[in-house]
Design a protein around this ligand. Structure first.
Ligand SMILES: *[C@@H]1O[C@H](CO)[C@@H](O)[C@H](O)[C@H]1NC(C)=O
Ligand SMILES: *[C@@H]1O[C@H](CO)[C@@H](O)[C@H](O)[C@H]1NC(C)=O
Ligand SMILES: *[C@@H]1O[C@H](CO)[C@@H](O)[C@H](O)[C@H]1NC(C)=O
Ligand SMILES: *[C@@H]1O[C@H](CO)[C@@H](O)[C@H](O)[C@H]1NC(C)=O
Length: 303
């Protein structure tokens, strides 16, 4: 239903040419590309869920430039590290790192790809060997990692297999912050909830940033599972997130997320149920893709 609202808004703004909803030109400037998931601090919050361009705070321009360079066939052998096939595989490593090591205070982004190599593996799929540098976005540190990503052929429901070793993974020690946040959330009488992280101006209230980060980490599980050689996912928005009551030592959240698939240019809705605690990290218990929008021609998992 909300999709319909988005579409209507997009159409309305197109028709009226409302100057209030033009795209932020600064959002893709050099200083945000250094921080792929950071949110530009801009004007006041608004309830309006804007045009699709505005849902996506990160990396758009860079990814699109890279996509133009895409080759028609799957590249094999040494890859151009700036081109799309190498970047696509490298983004899977980002999702893997977030899934396994992410927290409200630790998010990983792909900083750059130094080198890449792709080869067919008999009977199983295609393997990418990558040298990449990964950024811990919140602490603003980078580290070099070697990674192997195997996209399995035949069975499109299985997530790619990832192995990664970094010079020094987990540079920042975030345990104390995580514990403090956990206690704060756990002790609060009322259950937390938030909508539209970020809003259509790219703004997130400081109090809601940990929820946005939890949403990013949970989304990485979906993006990791859904990634193929033909996809490039970005997190677009936490449409809403609601804390659920729990009896055990886990916090539980229900959330709706919007992912942007760069290849098909589709916005894909997922509903997730996940838990978080400092020792256990973020664990997605349920993920459900929500019905597709009308104007999108093909389902997201075609290949
Ligand atoms: C992040 O680190 C880089 C390299 O050390 C530095 O150039 C940049 O200004 C830092 N950004 C922020 C927001 O601290
Ligand atoms: C990562 O590797 C590059 C190229 O080999 C090197 O210049 C850079 O200093 C390394 N970065 C770190 C954080 O070790
Ligand atoms: C509890 O949560 C509400 C809603 O988010 C917030 O306004 C309030 O400050 C929180 N209380 C504490 C003690 O953290
Ligand atoms: C959360 O957002 C989704 C998508 O916009 C919407 O369908 C759903 O009703 C919302 N749920 C709540 C509890 O606000």
């Amino acid at each position: 239903m909300s999709l319909r609202i988005i579409v209507v808004l997009a159409v309305l703004t197109g028709v009226t040419g409302s100057p209030g909803v033009t795209i932020r030109p600064e959002a893709d400037s050099a200083d945000t590309t250094a921080h792929p998931n950071s949110i530009p601090e801009t004007v006041e919050a608004t309830e309006i869920f804007g045009q699709q361009q505005q849902e996506v705070p990160v990396e758009e321009e860079a990814e699109e430039a890279v996509m133009e360079a895409e080759e028609a066939v799957m590249a094999t052998g040494e890859l151009n590290p700036n081109h799309y096939p190498a970047r696509r595989a490298a983004k899977v490593v980002q999702h893997y790192l977030n899934t396994h090591y992410g927290s409200p205070f630790r998010l990983f982004g792909l900083h750059n790809v130094q080198s890449g190599n792709a080869e067919d593996v008999a009977d199983s799929g295609r393997k990418y060997q990558l040298e990449i540098s990964v950024q811990e976005i919140i602490s603003n540190t980078t580290e070099n990692c070697s990674a192997e990503v195997l996209f399995l052929s035949g069975d499109q429901q299985r997530s790619p297999r990832v192995q990664v070793s970094c010079e020094e993974l987990l540079k920042s020690n975030t345990k104390a912050q995580e514990e403090a946040l956990f206690q704060k959330y756990k002790m609060n009488q009322s259950l937390l909830s938030a909508q539209n992280l970020p809003d259509s101006y790219g703004h997130i209230e400081p109090d809601n940033k940990p929820l946005w980060h939890l949403g990013i980490v949970a989304s990485s599980s979906v993006m990791l599972k859904e990634s193929t050689e033909n996809t490039l996912f970005n997190m677009a928005q936490v449409a809403n997130i609601t804390q659920l009551a729990t009896e055990n030592e886990q916090l539980k959240f229900d959330c709706h997320i919007l992912l942007h698939e760069m290849v098909s240019q589709e916005i894909i809705h997922w509903k997730l149920l996940f838990t978080w605690s400092p020792p256990e990290g973020v664990n997605v218990l349920q993920m459900e893709q929500l019905p597709h929008c009308h104007h999108c021609e093909k389902p997201p998992n075609t290949n």
